[in-house]
Design a protein around this ligand. Structure first.
Ligand code: NAI
Length: 688
């Protein structure tokens, strides 16, 4: 059953019943349409309460239908039937009422929501616009200035804010009960939103929305079309505007951008505990220790603490403890300033966190996350101490960026407890968690890691052990090829601009400045002895580190940061690059923008194929999640592998082969890429 109907005296409760979140698919639309068309004949019914479950009103249209042709009955017809059913309809909302779900609520005369309700029209995040009247009814309800940012940015709001904005009429703990007892006298006098006069024009709000969309969602089509439609609401008649809205929605849902956004949306939803681990009991994590309270350790500790886990940070000496304390305090202060937590709660939470020197007073933690220096000797020493002092059931994780977790695990007696939990900076904000499985990692440790990811609301991606796992291995190749292009004839800021045009929030050089050049430098030093001497090695970044150009934190890196502000081009660097090219006997040449972009993406894609082939990632969609959530790859391009499939694997291979002919030492086509092209295989079907 997808919709339940219950009659209580003169009231009819129509409840969506499509667990878990009441997505609105064909079956639900059909059931709703029948009920509301029939209602006209039900003289004894004087009020209708449209509701969902306690968990969700309706999370939106069923995006799985978007790949095929539209299926009848269509949602706009359902919305129209609700609005014109001739009875006062009240939407009683708990949980999410989003997209098509909120459009159903807009067809009602009044909206009552529980305090936990989440409301909005987030269609642009799936590359489409609201398709069932949202772009016309919402401006009529709350005015253009409030409606346009919500629709064009796909912003969702909680009940309290929704009430302030006018998206709902009131908040009630039991919205159904409230709807059943609401006095109808004034309600029946209300106009349906479809009859309300056009909203007043607000050109400034429309312009501001365009500017914001250009800046924050640049390259994306749907936000601009959504703004067009809101702008239309002030002068087109309602039916005409609805027709335009529907046409726009149908055209957009077939676009590459919408397909890419759906791909990521579904990949996110399938990132969870592998089915073979369902029977394994994870360790219940009540207490954790974090070793190292630096950039990563402090934010990991903060994230664990936010999830209700008691955390102790372990540092080397008193001075380091003070620094760790300052790092943690800063995170709490930021949270207070951003209104995420109030002062009292922050103080309570911070006081539950302890910072200790060494292991003498270590609590009996269920989990340890090591975030000490990126140095094998340090890591081994930390793991030896953890194994000697923590209870036997505890899971021991390292946050290493590149180091061999098998080697770390071998240094302790129970390697099945060890795995990588690779957080991204800042760990309390970034959604990605690479769960790195070492050769001896046991199922309990793995199941615990997935459980922890869910608790921290992270997107977990399983990876195998290699230098850099999934993300940093691709990043290393990206940087290597960017450096090659730079020395052969380009400049950091040119390369950066090209990748920003592609859709990254920043290019590879500005990103390096932000994270600091020292970690990657240390890694290159570590690999120096085993580096293939035939491969090109561009030493500019090493020279910069030696000169103290460590990035933003040093005020200078690939750019200058006068007064700690934004990146400014440093002309001196061009001289340094030309000098290095001269030493390396490279005659610099012109690159087109397209050539640079293609070369960088092709390098990453080829590396990603090797990562799949080496079983470091188990499916292409996992690589997409890593790149989108950890490295700023544009979400609306669907991630690296989705993008590759779109371009065509044969074309990608042809490019790699061309580069390989010119420069065989630095370019070898991935055998998996070759196999898939030969067999005509698709990435979506490939599992390592
Ligand atoms: P950091 O230098 O900011 O902090 C390291 C902290 O560990 C310092 O506070 C230091 O006093 C402490 N420490 C060093 N040796 C210790 C020991 N034996 N016992 C206890 N504490 C010790 O370094 P950061 O950036 O936080 O990196 C930590 C780890 O996280 C590294 O393995 C790094 O590769 C990894 N990582 C770093 C990311 C980043 O963006 N910074 C991102 C993801 C991973």
């Amino acid at each position: 059953m997808s919709v339940r109907v219950e009659v209580r005296a003169e009231s009819m409760i129509v409840a969506l019943d499509n667990p878990p979140v009441n997505t609105i698919g064909q079956k639900t639309r059909k059931a709703l349409l029948e009920i509301f068309v029939e209602l006209k004949r039900k003289d004894k019914i004087s009020r209708v309460v449209l509701t969902g479950s306690a968990r969700a009103f309706a999370a939106g249209a069923d995006a799985r239908e978007f790949d095929g042709p539209p299926l009848e009955p269509h949602l706009p017809d359902v919305v129209q039937a609700i609005e014109t059913c001739g009875k006062p309809c009240i939407a009683a909302i708990s949980g999410p009422a989003l997209g098509g779900g909120y459009e159903l609520a807009l067809a009602c005369l009044c909206r009552i929501a529980s305090p936990d309700a989440l409301l909005g029209l987030p269609e642009v995040t799936l590359g489409v616009v609201p398709g069932s009247g949202g772009t016309q009814r919402l401006p009529r309800l709350i005015g253009v200035a409030s409606a346009v940012p919500l629709i064009s940015e796909g912003r969702m709001v909680r009940a309290k804010e929704a009430l302030g904005l006018g998206l709902i009429d009131r908040i009630a703990d039991d919205p159904v009960d409230c709807a059943l007892t609401l006095d109808l006298t004034s309600l029946v006098k209300r106009q349906r939103l479809g009859e309300v006069a056009k909203p007043a024009a607000d050109d400034a709000a429309i312009e501001a929305a365009r500017e914001r969309a250009n800046k924050r969602m640049s390259g994306q089509i749907a936000p601009q079309r959504a703004i067009d439609l809101v702008a239309l609401s002030v002068h087109a008649n309602f039916e005409e505007a609805l027709k335009r809205e529907r046409e726009t929605f149908l055209a957009l849902r077939q676009t590459e951008q919408a397909r890419a956004l759906r791909h990521i949306f579904f990949a996110e939803r399938s990132a969870r505990l592998p089915s073979n681990l369902k029977a394994v009991s994870p360790v219940d994590i009540k207490q954790a220790v974090v070793v190292g309270g630096g950039t990563m350790g402090a934010s990991i500790a903060y994230a664990l603490n936010s999830a209700g886990i008691t955390v102790a940070i372990i540092e080397t000496d008193e001075e380091a403890c003070e620094r760790a304390k300052a790092n943690v305090s800063k995170l709490f202060t930021d949270a207070i300033n951003r209104g995420i937590v109030d002062k009292k709660k922050a103080a309570d939470r911070q006081s539950a966190m302890s910072i200790l020197v060494g292991y003498d007073n270590i609590p009996p933690a269920d989990l340890a996350v090591e975030a000490a220096f990126e140095d094998m000797a340090v890591k081994k020493q930390v793991f030896t101490s953890l194994a000697a002092t923590l209870p036997a059931h505890s899971i021991l994780a390292t946050n290493t960026s590149y180091l061999d977790i098998n080697e770390i695990a071998r240094s302790i007696p129970a390697p099945e407890r060890v795995l990588g939990l690779h957080f991204f900076s800042p760990a309390h904000i970034m959604k990605l968690l690479e769960i790195v499985v070492a050769e001896k990692t046991g199922p309990e440790a793995l199941a615990t890691a997935f459980g922890l990811a869910a608790r921290l609301r992270k997107i977990p991606v399983q990876a195998g052990v290699c230098d850099g796992f999934i993300g940093n291995r691709i990043l290393a190749r990206y940087r290597e090829v960017a450096d090659s292009i730079m020395i052969e004839g380009s400049l950091p800021w040119v390369i950066d601009e090209i990748m920003v045009d592609f859709g990254y929030p920043m290019g590879p050089y500005e990103a390096q400045d932000l994270s600091g050049l020292d970690i990657a430098h240390a890694n290159r030093q570590r690999l120096a002895a085993t580096r293939d001497p035939r491969r090109r090695y561009v030493a500019i970044a090493d020279r910069m580190v030696e000169e103290g150009r460590l990035g933003k934190k040093a005020g200078v890196g690939w750019y200058r940061y006068p007064g700690g502000g934004g990146a400014v081009i440093d002309p001196l660097l061009e001289d340094l690059i030309c000098e290095e090219a001269h030493f390396a006997k490279i005659s610099r040449r012109e690159f087109t923008h397209e050539e640079i972009c293609q070369r960088l993406l092709t390098a990453m894609i080829n590396e990603a194929f090797d990562i799949l082939d080496d079983n470091i990632a188990s499916k292409a969609a996992d690589i997409d999640l890593v790149l989108v959530h950890g490295y700023g790859f544009p979400r609306w391009r669907g991630g690296l592998m989705h993008y590759a499939q779109n371009i065509g694997l044969d074309k990608i291979l042809a490019r790699v082969e061309q580069y390989s002919r010119q420069d065989p030492a630095n370019w070898q086509p991935s055998p998996l890429l070759q196999r898939l092209v030969q067999e005509g295989g698709s990435l979506a079907d490939y599992k390592a």
